[in-house]
Design a protein around this ligand. Sequence first.
Ligand SMILES: Nc1ncnc2c1ncn2[C@@H]1O[C@H](COP(=O)(O)OP(=O)(O)OP(=O)(O)O)[C@@H](O)[C@H]1O
Length: 288
Amino acid sequence: MGSALSKPAAEPKAAATDATPGEALVRVRGLRFCHGERCIFDGIDLEIRRGRVTAIMGPSGTGKTTLLKLISGQLQPDAGEIEVDGQAIQSLSRADLYRLRTRMGMLFQSGALLTDLSVFENVAFPIREHAKLPESVLRKLVLIKLEAVGLRGAAALMPSQLSGGMARRVALARAIALDPMMIMYDEPFTGQDPISKGVLVSLIRQLNDASGMTSIIVSHDVADTASIADDLYIIANGRIMAQGTPQQLAAHESAWVRQFMDGEPDGPVHYHYPAPALEQDLLQDARH
Ligand SMILES: Nc1ncnc2c1ncn2[C@@H]1O[C@H](COP(=O)(O)OP(=O)(O)OP(=O)(O)O)[C@@H](O)[C@H]1O
């Protein structure tokens, strides 16, 4: 069982590892990663600071999910180093990597609930897998996690009885079941209505602050993500295009970065694929 489970739920994890909030929990240096001939990253450096919410943003297909998989050791870099909590991911044994991964919560888009198990059992699942606890202790732990996402009252429901927003929150309770030191969210807001999205946005921030966790969010949703992020990275074309606080990026010297932050359709990033003037195309059709 992860030692974190024996601590009170509210104890800050950063303090538990004698680390100072604000120091880097994840360090990425000179990262290069390619799928065959196609390089997704070509020498990127970044730091995820402890106790903070860091957002990784960028155009679709730019490698955001790939970066999370590299940080969690699901993929191996072609070059460079990734250090998590002082441990170089590439040099860990399978057993050590497994242990480290139990301290990383993940809420991936595809992280569906197990449909044959109740909400309670879905959240209990990772705890049962990693710890042999008396049923009464397990029950308390699961109920605390469900309470944290506002769904203690839904413990007996089956996944088919939940709305999409509730299901995402149960998945979140499951992701924090082992009291991870960090949690990675991959597109947590996708498919959520505005109210569910608002609930998730504030939950992510609250959970981060209440438990001393470190959060990484990958999202297209610039406005919502920037509203809770302390630090932002924008990646594109295999590189870090910009980094800073949301305020710094909103006032960035690059028009491309400002356009990205504002989500404006027009600017240096063109919405239209290059084409001759519309009139020219239409006149040409009329002539034929
Ligand atoms: N197994 C694979 N083999 C080859 N290419 C892949 C593989 N997995 C992903 N890719 C490519 O790697 C690139 C990065 O993918 P990734 O999913 O990390 O991007 P993303 O920024 O998370 O995208 P989105 O924002 O659309 O979710 C994409 O162009 C994708 O097509």
